[in-house]
Design a protein around this ligand. Structure first.
Ligand code: KG4
Ligand code: ZN
Length: 336
């Protein structure tokens, strides 16, 4: 079994994965959403202290597996330095005390492997990674080499949802809440601009749409008094979600037109969005492309995806020495 640890942002999570069957035997996560919501975003120092408290709590709950653990895997990049360190320190201690090898996993590779939890890999694969930190189109070939095809020049998809959630004061993280509000809108007349409408390059941008949403909110507030009613909030969420998704679809459509693709997946926290899933399923159907999604419970950060990504490294003895394992908070490389 592999014990895996994830602490790259505000979720403390540990999983135990059986190597041969790839079955997840144990998986728990303690989310810090409530602790950060009063600040309207993740406070790294607070997140780090909460990991220091929560990771040992989860470890205590899976201690029966410890005698069977053959390796410990941990997210080492990218993420918040002070939170990554908490997971890495715990992994090093476990590796030394249990005398087992250490495996370092890139968080984005973990998101890709959320697709294959308890199943076999499907490679080669093209995918859209939409999270709080990234918006990327990636290609992973049959030898697991990863190529970045498109990225965002400013905010990420998930981050823009969080910021709109904050503008509307509807809670943190904004992603799932904006989606929920959008579902209640029946006839939104709010028009927002489609980002990079005439751009030919494969690139994402969400800051213009975010600012247009801000202007629209201020306009409605001015017209109807200071407080926005539930309908206005729902209409804003609907129009914002629609245009942000339309932008993802537009860029992806251009990518689909540029080459023949067999399998396309969507991963990352924001891939839990059902509207996004529905729109992409339709697009892939038009292009006769097989669509793959992660199980909803493995879209946002979790240690099961880190454990799944570690299996191949374990089987190939790709271990890392304690002294060489450092955190790389802003790593731009996505290497397996
Ligand atoms: O992958 P993740 O857990 O953390 C990062 O690696 O960043 O993704 C978290 C992000 C947040 O920005 C959150 O608002 C967004 O994913 N998210 C969503 C939804 N659920 C989570 N965005 C849109 N719709 C959702 N249903
Ligand atoms: Zn993530």
């Amino acid at each position: 079994m592999i014990l895996s640890i994830e602490s790259s942002c505000d979720d403390s999570s540990i999983a135990v994965t059986e190597i041969d069957s790839k079955r997840v035997l144990f998986h728990q996560k303690i989310s810090q959403d409530e602790d950060h919501s009063i600040h309207g975003g993740v406070v790294p120092e607070l997140a780090s202290r909460l990991h220091a408290r929560n990771l040992p709590k989860i470890l205590d709950r899976c201690k029966e597996y410890l005698p069977h653990i053959k390796a410990v895997a941990v997210t080492s990049e990218p993420g918040l330095s002070v939170t990554l360190l908490e997971g890495v320190m715990m992994a090093k201690i476990l590796s030394i005390s249990l005398n087992i090898p250490l495996i370092s996993i890139n968080h984005l590779v973990g998101h890709i492997y959320s697709l294959f939890i308890e199943s076999e890999e499907i490679l080669p694969l093209s995918l859209l990674l939409i999270s709080g930190g990234h918006t990327l189109i990636l290609e992973i070939d049959s030898k697991r080499a990863i190529k970045v095809v498109a990225k965002s020049s400013d905010d990420s998809f998930g981050e823009s949802f969080d910021k709109v959630g904050k503008m509307l004061d509807i809670g943190y993280p904004g992603g799932p809440i904006v989606e929920m509000y959008a579902r209640d809108s029946i006839d939104s007349k709010i028009e927002l601009p489609l980002p990079l409408k005439n751009k030919k390059e494969l690139e994402f941008s969400f800051s213009g749409l975010k600012n247009a949403t801000r202007v629209e909110i201020l306009k409605i507030k001015k017209e109807r008094g200071d407080e926005l009613d539930k309908k206005s909030k729902s209409d804003i969420c609907y129009s914002f979600q629609k245009m942000a998704t339309e932008h993802l679809l537009n860029v992806t459509k251009r990518y689909f037109k540029s080459k023949k693709i067999e399998n396309f997946a969507i991963v990352g926290g924001a891939s839990a969005n059902l509207y996004v899933r529905e729109r992409f399923s339709k697009l892939c159907c038009e292009f006769d492309i097989n669509t793959i999604f992660s199980d909803l419970k493995y879209c946002t950060d979790n240690a099961a995806m880190i454990g799944r990504a570690a299996i191949w490294k374990y089987q190939n003895r790709e271990y890392i020495a304690h002294k060489n394992l450092k955190v790389s908070p802003r790593s731009l490389e996505i290497n397996f």
